[in-house]
Design a protein around this ligand. Structure first.
Ligand code: ZN
Length: 257
């Protein structure tokens, strides 16, 4: 990882998932999602926002109407490159991965660079009301500081070899950071370009619940084995925000062919 990136990353990460200097928040009791807005004025959007995440994604709602067809036509999504340096950290809220991947995503002509990936168990988004045991978030940021998150839902099934480098180096305690110089993480395999996906305007799913986040959620869940799921669950303890109301937002459904 080059020096420039090391300097830039903490800022980007703070914007994405770690409000380090703000009030402590969690997923249960008085620090739980229903109370986030009460914990700090900086978290007001968690209650007052109009475009909050996660949401339920229903194909039946998404495909209806010609306006969405046009939006699908103008969408470009692409992923590139692979990583050789990776940092894994258990920050108390999730397991987070940063690396030096030149991974990027173009959405509707806007360019977003990969910042970090992390996991939620169980899933935050639901498909037609169905919740999945695990969800991966790949946080991207544009030069202007706008955020886009690509999400993949994971269900128990066949072994997912792409996840082995992550599972093999999971931090064993909160606050632990592992710096892995020589580990190859094939980001194309971890986060494959989805053929079908949902798009909508949402927010961070953690305080400060910042809005203006472009969400891209793969419509086809991917699998991982029972053993792999158990490994994630041993480090993630129900770090999922409840479903938020759409409040008139449209869900776009995009199929590449
Ligand atoms: Zn997340």
């Amino acid at each position: 990882m080059d020096v420039m990136k090391l300097l830039l990353l903490p800022t980007a990460l703070a914007a994405a998932c770690q409000p380090a200097s703000d009030a402590e928040w969690g997923y249960a009791g008085t620090a739980g999602p229903q109370h986030w807005a009460e914990l700090s004025p900086a978290y007001a959007l968690c209650r007052e926002g109009r475009e909050q995440s996660p949401v339920d994604l229903a194909r039946t709602d998404a495909v209806a109407g010609p306006r969405i067809e046009r939006r699908i036509g103008s969408t470009v999504l692409s992923l590139e490159e692979r990583a050789s340096v990776m940092d894994l950290v258990d920050n108390g809220h999730t397991i987070q991965i940063t690396n030096d991947a030149a991974l990027s995503m173009d959405i509707g002509g806007e360019h977003f660079e990969f910042v970090q990936a992390h996991f939620h168990a169980p899933s935050e988004h639901t498909l037609d009301g169905k919740r999945f045991p695990l969800e991966a978030h790949f946080v991207h940021q544009s030069a202007a500081g706008r955020l886009a998150v690509a999400a993949i839902l994971l269900e128990e099934g066949a072994h997912n070899a792409a996840l082995d480098p992550i599972i093999g180096h999971l931090p064993s305690a909160t606050g632990e950071r592992r710096h892995l110089e020589d580990l190859e993480l094939d980001m194309d395999a971890v986060q494959p370009l989805p053929e079908r996906y949902f798009r909508y305007a949402g927010s961070l799913t953690t305080p400060p619940c910042t809005e203006g986040v472009k969400w891209v959620v793969a419509a086809q869940p991917r699998s991982l084995s029972a053993e792999q799921l158990a490994a994630f669950r041993s480090r993630l303890h129900h770090n999922s925000r409840p479903i938020q109301p759409l409040l008139g937002r449209e869900i776009g459904f995009v199929a590449s062919q």
